[in-house]
Design a binder for this molecule. Structure first.
Ligand SMILES: C[S@@+](CC[C@H](N)C(=O)[O-])C[C@H]1O[C@@H](n2cnc3c(N)ncnc32)[C@H](O)[C@@H]1O
Length: 248
């Protein structure tokens, strides 16, 4: 008699998770080959990086939070965020690549922590700088490959992030280590200048708003995680200047 556990169709849940991660790894690589500038990496973030990015949620475990994730890819960070959504919290997931949003839709529809909580997490197929929203967030988690973008787009995105935060809200984002050095070896002068200008913009934001920085070595490539906080005592009203585009 055939043992059902040894038949080829049988998989433990751990094996299922593993093959799902492998499929996501391949998908990410294919998207990177298609468009490295916007995909920004050749593999999804590792667990250590994803966990470090959940810090602002873990610091407020019982507060209902409005959370935005920008640049979710295959959902490596989304998967780490969802279990930390306290009752009453909501997660908006923004990702422009339709192949990734299909994956994210599936993740949201099947994640055990979201079962019976329809509408607690919503996927939006758009660019973050095109969000048409008067919504404010307590936490924004960004996986955007900012150092691949033109300086004007980085300015627009960072200004948009600060506008979208409640006063006192936190933006958590990461930046890979060594990308500028790698570019000096491989890229054109113009690309190096663009990268240096983006670094200057980000240094300005870090000087003005940073509340913490962590180095995550257990990621490929290693990365710095930054927390920036929108001041609570701003005089100016930062009303949403982000470009308008209907959400999906
Ligand atoms: C480096 S990947 C990060 C993916 C995922 N968060 C992770 O850590 O594995 C960057 C992601 O940002 C998305 N992206 C690029 N430009 C974007 C934009 N303007 N707004 C929102 N997402 C964007 C890309 O499609 C890609 O999925």
């Amino acid at each position: 008699m055939n043992d059902w556990k040894t038949s080829p169709g049988w998989k433990t849940s751990q094996e299922r998770v593993l093959s799902q991660r492998q499929a996501e790894g391949w998908m990410f690589l294919i998207e990177a080959a298609r468009d490295m500038r916007t995909t920004g990496a050749i593999a999804p973030s590792g667990k250590a990086l994803a966990r470090t990015l959940t810090g602002p949620l873990r610091a407020q475990p019982s507060r209902p939070l409005a959370v935005l994730e920008a640049g979710a890819g295959t959902g490596a960070i989304t998967r780490a965020l969802i279990p930390h959504l306290s009752p009453g919290s909501h997660l908006d997931i923004v990702e422009p690549n339709p192949r990734f949003t299909a994956r994210l839709d599936h993740l949201v529809a099947t994640h055990p922590h979201l079962a019976g909580h329809a509408g607690k997490a919503t996927v939006h197929q758009t660019c973050v700088e095109r969000l048409d929203t008067t919504q404010r967030y307590d936490v924004i988690v960004s996986g955007l490959p900012l150092t691949n973008f033109p300086p004007q787009q980085v300015e627009r995105i960072m200004s948009c992030f600060m506008d979208l935060l409640h006063p006192g809200g936190t933006l958590a984002y990461y930046a890979y280590l060594g990308t500028r050095r790698a570019r000096t070896l491989t890229a054109s002068r113009a690309a190096q200048r663009r990268h240096a200008t983006v670094d200057e913009i980000m240094t300005g934001y870090q000087r003005a708003y940073a509340t913490g920085r962590w180095t995550v070595w257990a990621n490929l490539p290693p990365a710095h995680v930054w927390h920036l906080q929108r001041p609570t005592d701003e005089k100016a009203d930062r009303s949403a200047p982000c470009d308008s585009e209907a959400r999906r």
